[in-house]
Design a protein around this ligand. Structure first.
Ligand SMILES: [Zn+2]
Length: 327
């Protein structure tokens, strides 16, 4: 065969492999859920008296992606909204945020980012900054006792510049990992966003909780219980909210982008998954844990920090409940 024919054949072969692997990346990667480890779990014994806890999602921005990008194995191009949110929690012993959404000056912080970053993870529509949300609620940053960060990816600490001086509560494991490189990535983006706010480290010295391997009871009253959800980052923190009125809530950080991720279970598209996941196997095991937990507890709202649909549904139900309660 002539050289030109060999080159043509090679080109066709390489092209076919590229097309096949692109198609394969959208197909499901099976989770054999009944063969993977299901942690033994005793249901948490909730205290007989719990306080009222108010929960408000503050959505600061969003981006729309086709479902097949957010959920591997979905062949749907249906638009799914990825939110950038903070959650305001009002507990009798303290008012605080879980994650921080986006600050007023986020565009300035992102100005020096690479073309790739600006057109992938750094691309979103700004809706309402964190400080504008607080103004609408007639709140000052000083009204917040602290901020609890689910993890130290830039999009979860991006509201901190709107909260000067508010203490940041961070899992020690997460901070130690971030200090090895994540703080300085993208021209020191996370370090700059964390500003000079004081930091308090959290240690998860409490017992296993609802099948998760350890816990941290924030107010020592069983109402706000943190659990580790490692994999997306090593020290990612999930938060259970148990309250006198209203359903139990489990905020899962970025362990699942959308509820589909733990319901199926399925990761996001593998290219995106590998860009944002620090440990593939651990993150998949955490998804399995969430999958089993969701099956055992359909009554608990399990909400990811980017899951716009779940956040909107929760707020609608919460407003109805409060209206009925006060009517
Ligand atoms: Zn995120």
């Amino acid at each position: 065969m002539k050289l030109r024919n060999w080159l043509t054949l090679g080109g066709i072969t390489l092209g076919s492999v590229a097309v096949a692997s692109a198609i394969n990346s959208f197909l499901p990667r099976p989770f054999v859920t009944d063969q993977l480890y299901e942690r033994p779990s005793a249901p948490a014994l909730l205290p007989t008296t719990l306080p009222d806890v108010e929960i408000t999602f503050l959505r600061c921005g969003s981006v729309v992606v086709p479902e097949c990008i957010a959920v591997r194995g979905s062949l749907s191009l249906a638009p799914r909204t990825i939110a950038y949110s903070a959650v305001l929690i009002k507990h009798p012993q303290g008012t605080f945020l879980y994650d921080t959404g986006l600050c007023n000056d986020i565009s300035l912080f992102l100005m020096d980012q690479s073309f790739l970053f600006s057109n992938t993870l750094g691309r979103f529509n700004m809706e309402r900054s964190l400080c504008t949300h607080l103004e609408h609620l007639h709140m000052q940053p000083a009204d917040l006792d602290f901020v609890l960060l689910s993890h130290l990816h830039w999009d979860h600490v991006s509201g901190v510049p709107d909260l000067p001086g508010v203490p940041l509560h961070i899992n020690r494991v997460e901070y130690d990992f971030a200090a090895q490189g994540m703080l300085e990535k993208n021209q020191g983006l996370v370090r700059r966003l964390l500003s000079n706010n004081p930091v308090k480290f959290l240690d998860f010295a409490g017992p296993a909780y609802e099948g998760f391997r350890s816990s941290c009871d924030v107010f020592s009253d069983g109402s706000i219980v943190l659990v580790p959800l490692p994999g997306h980052t090593p020290g990612q923190v999930g938060m259970f909210i148990n309250r006198a009125h209203g359903p139990r809530v489990f905020l899962v950080g970025d362990a699942a982008w959308l509820s589909d991720n733990y319901v199926r279970p399925a990761t996001m598209h593998p290219v995106l998954w590998s860009m944002v996941t620090s440990d593939d196997a651990t993150a998949r095991q955490t998804l399995i844990d969430l999958h089993h937990f969701a099956q055992q507890h359909p009554e608990i709202a399990m909400i990811g920090m980017h899951d716009a649909q779940m956040q909107e549904a929760f707020m609608t139900a919460e407003q109805k409940r409060l209206h009925a309660y006060t009517a």
